[in-house]
Ligand binder design. Sequence first.
Ligand code: ATP
Ligand code: MG
Length: 260
Amino acid sequence: MPGSIPVLETRNIRKAFGGVVAVSNVDLAVRPGEIYAVIGPNGAGKTTMLNLISGLLSLDRGEIRFRGERLNGKRPCDRAALGMARTFQNLQIFGNMTVLENVMVGRHLKSRCGMLTAALRLRRAWQEEQAIEEAALRHLELLGLAERRDDPAGSLPFGQQRLLEIARALATEPNILLLDEPAAGLNQTETARLGDLIFTIRDRGITVVLVEHHMDLVMRVSDTVLVLNYGEVLAQGSPAAIQSDSSVVDAYLGADLDDA
Ligand SMILES: Nc1ncnc2c1ncn2[C@@H]1O[C@H](COP(=O)(O)OP(=O)(O)OP(=O)(O)O)[C@@H](O)[C@H]1O
Ligand SMILES: [Mg+2]
């Protein structure tokens, strides 16, 4: 069951790009063990929010806390070391590297945050490498990709490349996993399997923040849904409450229902 003290919190966060305010006054509180979805129209600020949380962008204002620590000023690798992992809306796969190497890269990014620590660790490097490979393999197995371990990642079908990115994030053994449109480009069967996988990840004790446009998936897996519109919070609540919220239907879900 999700606990009541948030694992991830944002307070009054804001980010503008020139005249475009991408995220404005967003407060969210994600409880440990929950699946927390962020939805909203194109350009609503969802990816910007994940970039602020993971440290790829800096805040103009406000505060982000993760596992009790204030994240402001921390680098992405520091946040990874604290237990944060993510995937990207536009896949970030190294096509010429093998499937296994792609997962190992994630582990390296986490364990080699500073160059100095890397140098001090030189003597242990080989053992560490073995451990990284084992962890990577375990996660390839979980995602059903172990048989493709030595193939170039670019040779995988698109849906499997998305899973590979999730394997890479999971191999860092995060407390929280931020997924930016993991179902984009997946067919219906793949999307349903992704839903099962998200439950499996949650059952392993990992909190999930899911940015997604596939409403079937969002409504099936989420405990809480946050709706962003023009960078601001339009609504927040259970999937059932969100689906019957007239402001959300007007701004976003209405179009989705019409498409269905
Ligand atoms: N690096 C940037 N420079 C300038 N403007 C940006 C930048 N990144 C995002 N924006 C703008 O900020 C707003 C929010 O963009 P963002 O990518 O966060 O939306 P999104 O909710 O993820 O949309 P989508 O569903 O299409 O992925 C948009 O108006 C976008 O054009
Ligand atoms: Mg986006």
